[in-house]
Every structure is written in C-alpha cells, then in structure tokens.
Design a binder for this molecule. Sequence first.
Ligand SMILES: NC(=O)c1ccc[n+]([C@@H]2O[C@H](COP(=O)([O-])OP(=O)(O)OC[C@H]3O[C@@H](n4cnc5c(N)ncnc54)[C@H](OP(=O)(O)O)[C@@H]3O)[C@@H](O)[C@H]2O)c1
Length: 479
Amino acid sequence: MTNKASIGVTGLAVMGRNLARNLARHGHTVALHNRSTERTRDLVERFGSEGTFLPTSSAREFVDALERPRQIVIMVKAGEPTDAVIEEFAPLLEPGDVLVDAGNAHFADTRRREAALRERGLHFVGTGVSGGEEGALHGPSIMPGGSKESYASLGPLFEDIAAKVDGTPCCTHVGPDGAGHFVKMVHNGIEYSDMQLIAESFDLLRGALGYEPAQIADVFRTWNTGRLDSYLIEITAEVLAHTDAETGRPFVDVVADQAEQKGTGRWTVQIGLDLGIPITGIAEATFARSLSGHTGLRAAAEGLAGPRRAPLSGAAAERFADDVERALYASKVVAYAQGFNQIQAGSAEYGWNVDLGAVASIWRGGCIIRAKFLDDIRAAYEAEPALPTLLTSGDFRKAVEDAQDSWRSVISTAVRLGIPTPGFSTALAYYDGLRAERLPAALVQGQRDYFGAHTYRRVDRAGTFHTEWATEGRPEHPA
Ligand SMILES: NC(=O)c1ccc[n+]([C@@H]2O[C@H](COP(=O)([O-])OP(=O)(O)OC[C@H]3O[C@@H](n4cnc5c(N)ncnc54)[C@H](OP(=O)(O)O)[C@@H]3O)[C@@H](O)[C@H]2O)c1
C-alpha cells in the first residue's frame, strides 16, 4: 500500500471539487491543491468522508504527494490562469509525468502548451469535460487529447469516473495534442444549435398555436418519449413547467430574453470559417444569442412593421405540433451533420485521425447534448467511417426526406406569421444547398471574374479561364 495519491486535482472551484470527489468515490486516492487554501480545507471538511483525500497547501507538497508518473488535473479558469498553473508545476515535475488541462481551453492554446511541455519531457493532455457540475460529480463525458502513452495510465481512471451507457464509458482517447479540446469545442457549438432549435420550437408553438408554456412543456414531454429523447428536451419541459414563486407567472416569462454567448460557441464559428466548413446552424445560434443581447438595437426596431399574427386554426393547427417535431428532428440532423463535418475537417487539418463513431459514442451519456439520437450517429459512423455527411446515411436520410414537407410548411408558417426561426431556416437552406444540382455559385464566379479577373473553371473543359469583359466577353485559352 502506498500513502501517495494516484492522481491530483488543482483548482477546486465547483468543477475541480466535484471531479476530485468523483475520483475519491471510485476508490482513488486524490491529492488536492488550490491557489487559495480555503477551497482545499472546505472540500475536506464537507466531503472528506467520501474517500481518501490528501490535502496540500503548496505546489511542492502537492507534487510530492503523487505517485510516479504523476498525474495532475488542472481545473482552473481557462486562459492565463492555466498558463500560470503550468508554469508553477512544470519545473517541479519529472519526465513522464502527466499534466491534464480539463478546463475549457482553446485547442490552439492546447497545441502550443503540449508542444512546449513535450520538449520538457512532460505529457500535456488537453481534455474536454462536459456535463456541468452534476456531470463532474456523477459521471461526465470526458474527451482527452494528448499522447497515447498518457492515455495508457490516465484512461483507466477517467473511464472509471465517466458516465456509462450500456456499460461503455463515455470517455475515449480522442486524438493527439489539441484533439480533445477541439471536439469539446464542437460539442459546445452543437449544444448552442440544439438549444436554439428547441427554443424556436417553443416560440412556434406559442406564436402559431397560442399555447401556454405549461402546455408546451407537455408537448416536449411527449417528444421526449420518442426519437428526440434527450437531456435538453427533458430539461426544457421542466423549465417550461416551472412557475415563478413570486409572481405566479410562467418562469420563462419573467426571465430577461437576452442570452449569453461565451468562448466555445464563438470559437466553433470562428474555426468553422477558418476551415471553410459551413456550420451554419451553430453560427445562427450564436448570432441569435448576440441579437437577443442587443437591447438598444431591439428597442429601436420595436415599431418596425410585421405581419398580423393570427394563430393557426383547423387542420393546420391540429397538425402543427407534429410538423414542428419533424422540422426539429430534421434541423437537428443538419446541425449534427455540420458539427461532425467540422470535426472531420479539424482532424484532417491537424492529422488527429479522430474516430467519429467513438466521439458520438462518448456523447451518448454524461454531457449536455446526450441523446438517444447519438447512438444512431455512432452506428452510422461505425458502419461507414468516412461517411461524407450524416444526411446521406440510411435512416437519417429517410427521416429527413420524410420530414421535409413538414419542415417546409413550418418555416413557411413562421415566415407568414413573422416568427424568427434562424436555426430552422438555415438548416433547410443547407439541405437544399447540398442537394442542389446547380448552385448560383457559377454566377458569383462570373461576377468575380468580371470585376477582379479572378478566373473561373468550366463544366465542359479542364483549365482556368478568364473573360476580357471590357472588350469581347470571350474566354481565353486555358492558362
Ligand atoms: N462550470 C461548468 O459547468 C464547466 C463545465 C465544463 C468545463 N468547465 C471549465 O472548467 C474550469 C473550471 O471551472 P469552474 O467553474 O469550476 O471554476 P472557474 O470559476 O472557471 O475557476 C476558478 C478556479 O480557478 C482558480 N484560479 C483562477 N485564477 C488562477 C490563477 N491565476 N492561478 C491559479 N488558480 C487560479 C481559482 O482559484 P482560487 O480559488 O484561488 O481563486 C479556482 O480554483 C474552467 O476552465 C471552465 O471553463 C466548467
């Protein structure tokens, strides 16, 4: 028996504390460290009986409390604090030791840190962790990057504390260096998209049918028993059913309608642009949050004319909730298809060799986007690892094709009633864009050649062409 810890956690705010408790509850001895010692003391006082903790009050003491090779999980505020903590610990470590950053770092920072620490003989593992504070305590989805060797020792610990679905841990070695944080970033981007689509569904049911939030909660509860079964649909029903104790009004009506967008959603969109991957669902969801926050602009636009809103009636009203369910499902397939394409592109760009089926598998439990649906995505990528898009995969293709009449009808209703549905609309536009035989991009190329001599390619001949627009408008010979 050793009296040293198999793993240490530094940064004991809500996420670090719960991750440390989860490890201890699984029988691992956990060394504890935090910049200010109150958090360490507080954890041991309140939760010390849950397992074996070795509280420490200095970096040296912390490092000495760990078995070799040391494994240290950093769970501090992302950004400069992470660099500060790395600089504090790295000089105290020895070759082969493993530093894990489980915070929400940008994958480019993780690549930089990994390369620098590799030079010093240390393993640096950027790890995505999803599931919030409850997940960290009871079983998150864990997305570690870094070297294969580091996963050999770290993997069993992480798989032990991760959520399990059908006995399979929601943790896998995603790929080298920044792969884990990249995949976590896209997870969060998809989460934005999923939430926006659900919010639009609520707005449609209210605006087009005049339903109250409690009635809409019932609709979501029903949906949650079918193919949309997911954590986000489940909590949406609970939020909508909740009544504000002070006013007796539906909770959703007393909350200011201004959503925040922090790092990861914005990063996903920025990286989508860098890689040239149209993640339009995530982009619209991020911009929808931005729009909601522009209160001055919204106040200025308040009087702008819109259509008169008359709720649907008759057969159209009777069908509408089912139509919205189909439109939501189809839009969600598009959002996930785009997100997985972004991971595919990142993996190709950085040589990560990410297994998309394995990513879908570890998102089935523990994380915010956990859903029955992800098991179908896992199966699709397992059957065809190089699948170009989820939209062409067997069951998804059929479901989206079956949904398309409802999808178009819901968006038409939204447009007619003036209900904003950027998520639904962009998803359908993407679908129509992908399946189009000819796109107006040909005209865009003509315009670019006209004003900037950018050249174009032809459908009937190989080569690059330019037209002398001022004189003849005739193509030259291939360049
Ligand atoms: N909250 C979530 O649901 C969630 C989910 C997934 C991932 N994450 C990520 O997990 C990480 C931790 O999140 P959190 O909400 O638990 O905590 P947080 O509020 O992001 O960070 C607080 C922790 O960082 C430490 N810290 C801040 N600056 C420091 C510095 N310069 N040097 C050393 N330590 C420093 C604090 O130490 P002191 O106590 O001394 O101030 C405290 O332990 C973040 O990267 C976050 O993005 C959070």
